[in-house]
Ligand binder design. Structure first.
Ligand SMILES: [Zn+2]
Length: 191
C-alpha cells in the first residue's frame, strides 16, 4: 500500500474549513483534520493495491463439472469520485467456472479493494467483472451492484430512497437469456 500523505490531507481539510467560513482552530474542529485523514486513509486504502491478489489462490475443480456460482449480498462501500461522498450497497457476483474456483471468502476482499478508491459505480462493476475474468478464466461472469449514493440522497435531487443498479457481464453469461437467468436468481434473494 502506498498510503495517503496525511500531512497534506490535514492541511487541505484545515484550508477547506477556513474556506467555508469556519475557524479551524476552534475547539470542536481542532481534531477534525486528523480525523478526516484517518477516514480518508480507510476510504482510499485500495489505491495501489492489486485487486487480483486475493484471487491468486484458486482451487482446481478436478473432475467435477462446475456449474454456476453466485455469491449474493456482499455489502460494500465506496466513495464517488465526483463529490467525494460515500455510496453504499450490495454486490452480487456470479461466475461460470471453467478450470478454477476461488474460496468464497476471497470475493468480498476483491470488491473491497476495488471499492476503496475514488470510484464510479459503473466502473467498479466493470472492474470487478474484469478481475474475475483475469483471475479465474471462467466461462462467464455477471456482476450486479445496487447502491445508494449520498450525492443523490443528501444533496441535489435528495432522492432518499433511490438506488442505482449496474450490471456487467462477460463470456457465456453475456448472452441475454443466460444473463437474465442469473439476474433472476440474484433477485430471488435480494429484497
Ligand atoms: Zn457523486
Amino acid at each position: 500500500m502506498t498510503g495517503i500523505d496525511r500531512a497534506r490531507v490535514e492541511a487541505a481539510v484545515a484550508e477547506l474549513l477556513a474556506a467555508i467560513g469556519e475557524d479551524p482552530a476552534r475547539p470542536g474542529l481542532r481534531e477534525t483534520p486528523s480525523k478526516v485523514a484517518d477516514a480518508y486513509a480507510e476510504f482510499f486504502s485500495g489505491l495501489g493495491e492489486d485487486p487480483i491478489a486475493p484471487l491468486r489462490e484458486t482451487i482446481p475443480v478436478g473432475d467435477v463439472e462446475p456449474e454456476l456460482v453466485i455469491v449474493r449480498d456482499l455489502e460494500f462501500r465506496s466513495v464517488c469520485e465526483h463529490h467525494l461522498l460515500p455510496f453504499l450497497g450490495r454486490a452480487h457476483l456470479a461466475y461460470l467456472p471453467a478450470e478454477k474456483v476461488v474460496g468464497l471468502g476471497r470475493l468480498p476482499q476483491l470488491v473491497d479493494t476495488l471499492a476503496a478508491r475514488p470510484q464510479l459505480q459503473e466502473r467498479l462493476t466493470e472492474q470487478i467483472a474484469d478481475a474475475l475474468v483475469q483471475a479465474l478464466e471462467p466461462r462467464g461472469v455477471v456482476v450486479v451492484l445496487d447502491a445508494q449514493h449520498q450525492c443523490v440522497t443528501t444533496r441535489g435531487a435528495r432522492q432518499v430512497h433511490s438506488t442505482t443498479v449496474t450490471v456487467a457481464s462477460r463470456g457465456e453469461l453475456d448472452d441475454p437469456v443466460r444473463r437474465a437467468e442469473v439476474i433472476t436468481l440474484i433477485g430471488s434473494a435480494a429484497q
